[in-house]
Design a binder for this molecule. Structure first.
Ligand code: LMR
Length: 390
């Protein structure tokens, strides 16, 4: 009964933010949530986003009417072109369809819901071990069983390729920061093909990972080229810095246009009962940028600024760890890609970092690289040095 509902534990990632905020220690550092910060440790509104927002506010034709159930049509089309490439044959063949979603989480949810209805409720979904903390609950919520496939090899902090696969991180794997090479992607595609699995791509970091939008979409485009039917979840939280606006997209690539039309009709039906229609503001910002060549070029510049600051922080952290003779090999800090580094630190070491040094990170040793800055990287490295030595 509702009176005996059990107490749920707080969310592992957002609880770190709450604890960090409550901490009064001057040198505290938040390496928990994957959200970009500038070198002053502040959230960064992308300059191109600021500009478009001003234009939107001053646009007399803007109103607050409902968007269509599947979202802003030009936003959906631009999202499809962004991930598949504008010249993708699948687009020309009219066999791609998309729904605007509540960011990446909403895309994962709608994709999961659709598959549980129309693919199979009996088939388990395989998640990389480890994966984003929210994946399992999202799939379990719609009644899908989740299982793990081997992914990360703690021996060399690299990739363990032997295992079964379905949910794939398109780039910048969360939490490990370890991506397959192109050859490994080919081997993964072979396995998926021979086992007739359905590839479910989660793409939360396109352009943010390498600073190159095409490079970060390589795996998805390769799978499309090989003729797979698949789906892709896109989030604009990280690459547009639109975390709280919840702008995202769920795209299906199908065998033919007839299937695309049928999938689209069912997505609209599901979406109507779930959220009626998606929120407009963030999607309008993304829409204007993706559909205007000058704004697009500015966005690419903004993406490069974020990804290069993160790369600099990887170099700085590794340098500091080596300079202070921290035992172990720290090459993985610079080999990994995207928002996170999987440091290899163990839960008891993480506990000391939190309690003694006021550095907040998840128990699996993941750190958000964006939480590092030129003013705190040495403090963090020295603290890691301390826990590794003790
Ligand atoms: C993260 O993994 O820290 C981010 O993707 C934020 C979230 O929603 O968990």
């Amino acid at each position: 009964s509702i009176r005996t509902v059990p107490l749920a534990p707080p969310d592992v990632i957002f609880n770190l933010t709450a604890k960090y905020k409550a901490d009064t220690f001057a040198q505290k550092v938040n390496l928990g949530v994957g959200a970009y910060r500038d070198d002053a440790g502040k959230p960064w509104v992308l300059p191109v986003v600021k500009k478009v927002e001003q234009a939107l506010v001053n646009d007399p034709s803007r109103d607050h009417e409902y968007l269509p159930i599947l979202g802003l049509p030009t936003f959906r089309e631009a999202s499809i072109r962004l991930i598949l490439g504008a010249d993708s044959p699948a687009i020309k063949e009219n066999r791609v369809t998309a729904a605007q979603t509540i960011s990446g989480t909403g895309a994962n949810h709608l994709g999961a819901l659709f598959l549980s209805r129309f693919y199979s409720k009996e088939v388990p979904i395989y998640l990389s071990n480890p994966t984003w903390a929210n994946h399992k609950p999202i799939f379990n919520n719609v009644g899908l069983e989740t299982r793990n496939y081997a992914y990360f090899n703690p021996k060399d902090n690299g990739l363990d390729i032997d295992g079964s696969i379905v949910l794939l991180h398109a780039c910048a794997h969360n939490p490990t920061g370890v991506d397959p090479t192109q050859d490994q992607w080919k081997a993964i595609a072979d396995v998926i093909e021979s086992k007739k699995l359905f590839p479910f791509f989660d793409c939360a970091y396109q352009g943010f990972a390498s600073g190159d939008l095409d490079r970060d979409a390589w795996a998805v485009r390769y799978f499309v080229e090989r003729g797979f039917e698949l789906l892709i979840c896109q989030s604009y939280a990280k690459n547009f810095g639109l975390y709280g606006q919840r702008a995202g997209c769920l795209t299906f690539v199908l065998k033919n246009s007839d299937a695309a039309a049928r999938v689209s009709s069912q997505l609209a039906k599901l979406q109507r009962s779930e959220i009626s229609n998606p929120p407009a503001h963030g999607a309008r910002i993304v829409d204007r940028v993706l559909n205007n060549p000058e704004l697009y070029a500015e966005w690419v510049e903004n993406l490069r600024e974020m990804s290069s600051r993160i790369k600099n922080m990887r170099d700085a952290l590794r340098d500091c760890l080596i300079k202070s003779n921290t035992p172990g090999n720290w090459d993985h800090i610079t080999n990994q890609i995207g928002m996170f580094s999987f440091t290899g630190l163990k839960a008891p070491q993480v506990a000391v970092l939190k309690e003694k040094f006021h550095i907040y990170l998840t128990d699996n040793g993941r750190i958000s690289m964006a939480g590092l800055s030129t003013s705190n990287v040495e403090y963090v490295a020295n603290s890691i040095n301390h826990v590794v030595n003790n």
